[in-house]
Design a protein around this ligand. Structure first.
Ligand code: ADP
Ligand code: ASP
Ligand code: MG
Length: 405
């Protein structure tokens, strides 16, 4: 059994829906059981969000989910109809019908469990279940969505719940590259990548896979194959371990442009201040990313952190109130920033990787505003208009365009 997920561009037009359906039909005729998961057509999700904002600049999360879930709800029956027209029995299922049970957090719901009874029932009847990705249902029967790019997560979670042999993610590039091939022309396709590397890349902006899909894949050992829906070639396998000789210091570069920073100037240097500022942000569901606290001087310090620029307005309001409470001097909020990251398990225990990154950026005239690291990732915050250039510089500096990967 195989789960095949088709992304937005791959189902963007009627002709593309026919092409995708042909591919599903071929797999079925080759003797495999297929469960299909589909995204909204083309830019439907963006258009629905823009439409919502044109009637209310701050639409409630619940109504927004009720609206945007429809993108996927439209694609699934179209694919099912197309399959039926080709003589392949098929049935479309919404997330709720497919048994995708989630938390109640609108626009960022997490899958709690999957009760795939209707999918199994369809498979027994030799029908191809075509599941609407990205959406689920909470215990209160509220329609939820899993966050932008969340159809990947629907697919991998279904593959785990159904104990499928693998999950194929069909998209508009031929696999996972050493950098976004639309930004770095010399990016190379990887034949394999480890779950932990892909998770870090996805978390810092490589949108080719939804981070939670990778997390679930690793947890349940689902082999994930990312490949093109436009050509038949093999793509990239996401696996637990790479062959030893394939390990490289740095495997990929990623960037994320939706970043802003907030600085709180002159906070008192005493226990509880950071908690007083970050607790209300967390209560509002705002994730804080890179945090830098300066060395205190005469009992005061500055605290700077990054948030998604889309959360900036809400975060600024909350931080201003909290800063007043703790007696801080001033709060400043700045958008227009981006994250630039390098990722690779090979950098574990390899000295000099950070130095090489900073030197390359310096020579490119790119100023680093903040830095954060994990064991296998280094991230620099830089001006947004410089991030694409920075990605090309780092890709070259770490020889990703020349070395075998
Ligand atoms: P889908 O609609 O199929 O889910 P997405 O737009 O979500 O497709 O993801 C595919 C896009 O991810 C590609 O078109 C590419 O521009 C971008 N991308 C970013 N980083 C990478 C990378 N390292 N490798 C491949 N694609 C990447
Ligand atoms: N349609 C949703 C989005 O655009 C989910 C997805 O494509 O995975 O974010
Ligand atoms: Mg996607």
């Amino acid at each position: 059994m195989i789960v095949q997920k088709y992304g937005g561009t791959s189902v963007g037009t009627a002709a593309r829906i026919r092409r995708v359906s042909r591919r599903i039909a071929d797999t079925v005729q080759g003797g495999q059981q297929v469960v299909a998961v589909v995204s909204a057509m083309g830019h439907t999700t963006d258009r629905l969000i823009a439409l919502a904002e044109s009637v209310n600049p701050e639409p409630s999360a619940r109504e927004l989910d009720m609206l945007v879930a429809n993108g996927e709800t439209i694609t699934a029956p179209l694919v099912a109809m197309c399959l039926q027209g080709m003589g392949v029995p098929a049935i479309s299922l919404s997330g709720a019908q497919a048994g995708v049970r989630t938390s109640g957090h609108h626009s960022r719901a997490r899958i709690r469990d999957i009760k795939p009874d209707r999918i199994l029932d369809a498979l027994r009847r030799k029908q191809v279940p075509v599941v609407a990705g990205f959406q689920g249902v909470s215990e209160e029967l509220e329609i939820t969505t899993l966050g932008r790019g969340g159809s990947d997560t629907t697919a991998v979670a279904l593959a785990a719940a159904l104990r499928a042999d693998s999950c194929e993610i069909y998209t508009d590039v031929s696999g996972i590259f050493t950098a976004d091939p639309r930004v770095v022309k010399s990016a190379r396709k990887l034949t394999h990548i480890q779950y932990d590397e892909m998770l870090e890349l996805a978390a810092v902006g490589a949108r080719v896979m939804h981070p939670r899909a990778v997390e679930i894949g690793e947890l349940y050992g689902v082999p994930i194959h990312v490949r093109s829906s436009f050509s038949r070639g093999v793509g990239t396998m996401i696996v637990a371990q790479l062959p030893m000789e394939d390990r490289q210091r740095v495997r990929g570069v990623a960037q994320e442009k939706n970043v802003a920073k907030i600085t709180i100037v002159g906070v008192r240097d005493r226990p509880g201040v950071a908690a007083a500022i970050f607790e209300p942000l967390s209560a509002a569901g705002i994730s804080v990313d890179v945090i830098v606290q300066n060395i205190g001087r005469s009992g005061h310090t500055d605290l700077t952190f990054s948030v998604a620029e889309s959360d900036l307005k809400a975060a600024e309001k909350i931080v201003k109130a909290a800063a007043k409470e703790v007696g801080a001097k001033r709060v400043s909020a700045t958008g227009g920033i981006a994250k630039l990251s390098i990722v690779g398990t090979g950098m574990l225990g390899t000295p000099g990787v950070a130095a090489r990154m900073f030197r390359a950026l310096a020579e490119g005239g790119i100023n680093i505003e903040m830095i954060s690291t994990s064991e296998i990732r280094i991230t620099c915050l830089v001006a947004r208009e410089q991030v694409d250039k920075g990605a090309r510089i780092l890709h070259h500096a770490f020889e990703l365009d020349t070395e075998a990967v």
